[in-house]
Design a protein around this ligand. Structure first.
Ligand code: NAD
Length: 240
């Protein structure tokens, strides 16, 4: 029976963007080989060395804007999936890149923020991030210098949209996890939350390898997301 008329929750992580050329965090060649989490992804790191943190995110942003970085077949297939769904559909991504949007997906929540915006820590004014982050940048609203930071969620900070996410989880009938190591909470706990609801929910995982949550899924598809996701979506649509 097709799942296209069900309420579908898709959780994506760094693995879905890997084949677009954006490194994951934890694998070999991952970002953490060149940077330490505590140096670039915490509020204290920003206090200690704002230039290092700003430069880290300026690099991420300019990489994302380079012509060779594009949505891959997995991102494109998820957009196709959404277009064919008659139930409710939501992508919750841990990624800070904009590849789901560029692939044509519509309902996306960036629970760890995004490289598309920045905000002033003094007056909270949000701005489109179309400039280089720097300690000499002046907030256009309150005129303070050096207070504007990237709008991503750092370790120790509260992820975004949690109320919306948990409301959707309550009505989720199909849960699909793609390219996440399931190491970072609360995202890693979504499957535990669903299991506690004691409802029949179909759960699928897509990854290169087993994760610490694999045993909780009904089915895991091993392989690169650009191969496994298009095949999965194609089969769903074919069965319509
Ligand atoms: P992670 O680095 O912890 O894990 C990546 C997972 O993806 C691994 O389990 C790996 O086996 C799998 N994977 C790698 N290549 C794959 C492929 N081609 N197909 C399928 N699976 C593949 O990443 P995570 O779980 O998203 O962890 C957390 C943090 O990393 C998040 O906070 C996120 O904000 C951040 N992050 C984001 C980006 C991005 O925006 N693209 C990049 C790096 C890290």
């Amino acid at each position: 029976m097709s799942i296209l008329n069900k309420n579908i929750f898709i959780l994506t992580g760094a693995g879905i963007s890997k084949e677009s050329g954006i490194n994951t965090f934890r694998e070999e060649d991952g970002l953490w080989d060149n940077y330490k989490i505590e140096d670039v992804c915490t509020p204290n790191a920003f206090k200690r060395n704002p230039d290092l943190v700003n430069n880290f995110y300026n690099e991420r942003k300019s990489q994302l804007e380079s012509p060779q970085i594009k949505p891959n077949e997995a991102h494109l297939s998820l957009a196709e999936f959404e277009r064919n769904c008659s139930g409710e559909f939501l992508i919750v991504t841990q990624n800070i890149d904009n590849l789901h949007e560029r692939a044509g997906s519509k309902k996306i929540l960036h629970m760890h923020g995004s490289l598309e915006s920045a905000y002033c820590m003094y007056c909270n004014q949000k701005v489109i991030l179309n400039f280089n982050l720097s300690t000499s940048y002046q907030c256009k609203n309150c005129l303070n210098k050096g207070m504007v930071r990237v709008d991503v969620v750092w370790f120790g900070e509260q992820p975004k949209y949690l109320e919306e996410i948990y409301n959707f989880l309550e009505k989720t009938e199909v849960f699909i996890s793609i390219g996440t190591s399931n190491n970072v909470y609360p995202a890693a706990g979504f499957i535990d939350f669903l299991n506690q609801l004691n409802k029949k929910i179909s759960m699928y995982e897509f990854n290169l390898e087993k994760t610490i949550k694999t045993a909780q899924f009904d089915q895991t598809y091993f392989g690169p997301a650009t191969k496994t996701i298009p095949k999965f979506v194609e089969n769903l649509i074919k069965d319509l």
